[in-house]
Design a binder for this molecule. Structure first.
Ligand code: E4P
Length: 214
């Protein structure tokens, strides 16, 4: 089970990386905009922190533009994975970028149908957005189940990277289903490690240790 962090904040990435559990990073235009920094310099810095797939999204909406932008991003570092939306233009760009040897994360996936097309276009990663599906009254994890079941019959190289994760429950369900990975905001990674009984237990151990003679 791969755990990615879904942020462009380098301080969060450094901290998560120091825990020794991080396999990669995903960003998106909203997350990069929030940093107020130049995209390429943030991307370079992220690549210097984590040695794993780093998703960087294109903002062009036409295939030639996406391909040009994606190829430029991919040239920045060998770990850059180009993120393309699952639109007809995005599928064209995915096919073209994978043909040139670049890895593509097909993003904004909300259905098994979209995931099938992404796999056929050569995606290295497929990102179903579970939290946003939950927000509109669906069960996002049901879609993940459908995608995994579907891909299990074939040999597409695509990995299912559960995205738009809002809580540890999404991550655990993803792992139980055998999803290849989940990308989590830093807050969710913190929630994953935290348990009140761990805190109370540790406090008690330390208090008992202080009382004892040694
Ligand atoms: C994935 O690449 C996206 O950045 C993502 O997970 C978006 O999640 P959100 O719905 O919390 O914005």
């Amino acid at each position: 089970m791969n755990l990615f962090i879904d942020t462009a904040e380098v301080a969060e990435i450094r901290e998560a990386q120091s825990w020794g559990i991080l396999d990669g990073v995903t960003t998106n235009p909203s997350l990069v905009a929030k940093t107020g920094r130049d995209f390429e310099s943030v991307l370079r810095e992220i690549c210097s922190i984590v040695d794993g797939p780093i998703s960087a999204e294109v903002v062009s909406t036409d295939a030639p533009g996406m391909v040009e932008e994606g190829a430029r991003l991919a040239r920045l570092h060998r770990n850059v994975v180009v993120e393309c939306p699952v639109t007809p233009e995005g599928l064209k760009a995915t096919r073209s970028l994978t043909g040139r040897g670049h890895r593509v994360n097909v993003t904004l996936v909300f259905s098994a149908a979209q995931a099938l097309l992404a796999a056929k276009a050569g995606a290295a990663f497929i990102s179903p957005f579970v939290g946003r599906l939950d927000d509109v009254g669906h069960d996002g994890m049901d879609v993940v189940g459908q995608i995994l079941e579907m891909l299990d019959h074939y040999t597409y190289p695509a990995e299912v990277l559960v995205a738009s994760v809002r809580s540890p429950v999404h991550v655990i369900r993803a792992a139980q289903m055998g999803a290849h990975g989940a990308t989590c905001p830093f807050a969710v990674l913190q929630q994953l490690v935290k348990h009140p009984l761990t805190d109370v237990g540790l406090e008690r151990f330390l208090a008992d240790w202080k009382k004892a003679k040694h």
